[in-house]
Write a protein that binds this ligand. Structure first.
Ligand code: ADP
Ligand code: ADP
Length: 229
């Protein structure tokens, strides 16, 4: 499903160039929930952003469904990106829009073949009664539920979660992990979760990769025998 071969990303740092991601190879299976753990600055977000081409590798190959993401035409790249949902640490909601409008936004920006309805996704994340509220009237956990609903409404094949619970307390983290697991079960998709929180990896991932200073140092079966693809 997702395959990276010898991917490196060089940035200009204060003391010259450095590899934020250094020769990383990994493979994530279809419908898998895969974790990527490491300290702040390890390169996790950069690796995640290769998948929807928000970030470009300096060298190496990123394949999704057997296609090299960085060889796609503009039009095909857009189609590829449309199939990917993303969830953010700071939720990235539009504060001047209601919950309903935030969730509907992807459908306003692009045409999707078979989207879910706003009503359906809001019910799924447990926010049916709050569709007319603004983000400022919501708790952190509720804001992330809106973020999840906005990602799910397009029925993505891949869901990229960048520190989805890092702005939330422990009990809210458990709730959000629960929502993400239910989403995976109900809609079926490949999920990549970037986090520095081991408890999040343990409670939702089948396998995880460990990044240290841009290097992939280990791949762990969180669920014993997960060992795929
Ligand atoms: P993580 O998600 O693990 O916290 P990131 O992938 O965000 O790590 O960043 C890895 C390293 O690359 C960090 O040192 C970060 O400051 C640096 N970095 C990220 N983006 C850029 C950029 N556009 N220019 C320069 N350095 C960057
Ligand atoms: P996140 O919300 O995922 O933690 P970051 O704060 O890591 O996002 O990064 C936000 C943006 O700033 C990204 O596009 C990233 O590439 C860029 N960035 C991160 N670190 C640096 C850096 N040291 N120099 C320049 N740009 C950076």
């Amino acid at each position: 499903m997702i395959k990276m071969n010898n991917v490196t990303r060089t940035y200009q740092g204060q003391d010259g160039e450095f590899n934020a991601v250094d020769d990383v190879s990994l493979e994530i299976g279809e419908n898998e929930i895969f974790g990527l753990i490491g300290e702040s600055g390890a390169g996790k977000s950069t690796v995640l952003r290769f998948i929807n081409a928000l970030e470009t590798p300096t060298s190496g190959v990123v394949e999704v469904d057997g296609t090299d993401v960085f060889s796609l035409s503009k039009k095909k790249l857009r189609a590829h990106q449309k199939g990917i949902g993303m969830i953010f640490q700071q939720f990235n909601l539009l504060n001047n829009k209601t919950v309903r409008e935030n969730v509907q936004l992807p459908l306003e920006l692009h045409k999707y073949k078979d989207p879910l309805s706003v009503r359906e996704v809001l019910e799924f994340v447990g926010l049916s009664g709050k569709s007319d509220r603004h983000p400022s009237q919501l708790s952190g956990g509720e804001k992330q539920r809106v973020g999840i609903a906005r990602a799910l409404i397009t029925r993505p094949k891949i869901l990229l979660c960048d520190e989805p619970t890092s702005a939330l307390d422990e009990s809210t983290t458990e709730e959000i992990v629960g929502v993400l697991k239910r989403a995976h079960e109900k809609f079926g998709m490949t999920v990549l979760v970037v986090t520095h929180e081991l408890n999040v990896i343990k409670s939702m991932c089948e396998r995880c990769a460990v990044l240290e200073k841009g290097h992939l140092v280990d791949i762990i079966d969180v669920v014993p025998g997960a060992g795929r693809p």
